[in-house]
Design a protein around this ligand. Structure first.
Ligand code: ATP
Ligand code: MG
Length: 179
């Protein structure tokens, strides 16, 4: 079996996806000359979640090279949602859980993942299927068994240290969060 590919006989829960090339419903670009601009985009997204709490149970994928600013964006988003205390990168723990009021938040980093069967061993599929906000760094390394993304952020660091981010809404919920 190819790592990350579920066996054909396994039935896939509806909330999970094959690594499908979803057609974006909406897309826009953020340009961040510095980290303050990143924080502003994160605050705007948090405000959209607070305005429509039914859209907070979203899955947001963060793509981009090492050091692109994915964890930094997550930190600003969690702060804006009201998370206090230390926010550390889940590079070694795979997932870090948080709570903001009534909202459960899971911050994943699959950089060190090698075989999607580890997901089952670690019980992560239950976390994927549970309600809450999911923020996923290096999602492709989780293989096919991962939550269906509402938003896909593609981080593109520029030579001058600024960041371009391509923002794709893949579901109606993702679209609503950008509206
Ligand atoms: N918008 C930004 N503008 C300028 N510098 C930034 C920005 N975002 C992050 N940085 C800097 O880049 C460094 C790496 O960022 P970060 O750890 O968030 O990257 P990452 O994409 O999560 O990397 P990894 O793939 O290793 O998890 C940080 O130390 C931070 O100082
Ligand atoms: Mg990171």
């Amino acid at each position: 079996m190819i790592a990350g590919t579920p066996a054909a006989h396994e039935s896939m829960p509806a909330e999970l996806q094959i690594d499908a090339a979803d057609t974006p419903r909406m897309q826009l670009r953020w340009h961040w000359p510095d980290e303050a601009a990143c924080a502003a985009s994160a605050a705007a997204l948090a405000a959209a979640m607070s305005a429509h709490p039914e859209n907070r149970d979203a899955t947001i994928e963060l793509h981009g090279p090492l050091g692109a600013g994915k964890t930094t964006f997550v930190r600003h988003l969690l702060r804006a949602l009201g998370v206090s205390g230390r926010i550390k990168s889940p590079t070694y723990t795979v997932v870090e859980p948080y709570r903001a009021g009534e909202l459960d938040i899971s911050h994943f980093d699959f950089y060190r993942f090698e075989d999607a069967r580890e997901l089952v061993d670690a019980g992560l599929r239950e976390t994927f299927a549970a309600p809450g906000l999911k923020l996923v760094e290096w999602p492709a390394r989780a293989g096919a068994w991962r939550p269906r993304a509402d938003l896909r952020l593609e981080f593109e660091p520029q030579a001058d240290e600024s960041r371009q981010v391509r923002v794709l809404a893949l579901t109606p919920r993702g679209e609503a969060l950008l509206a």
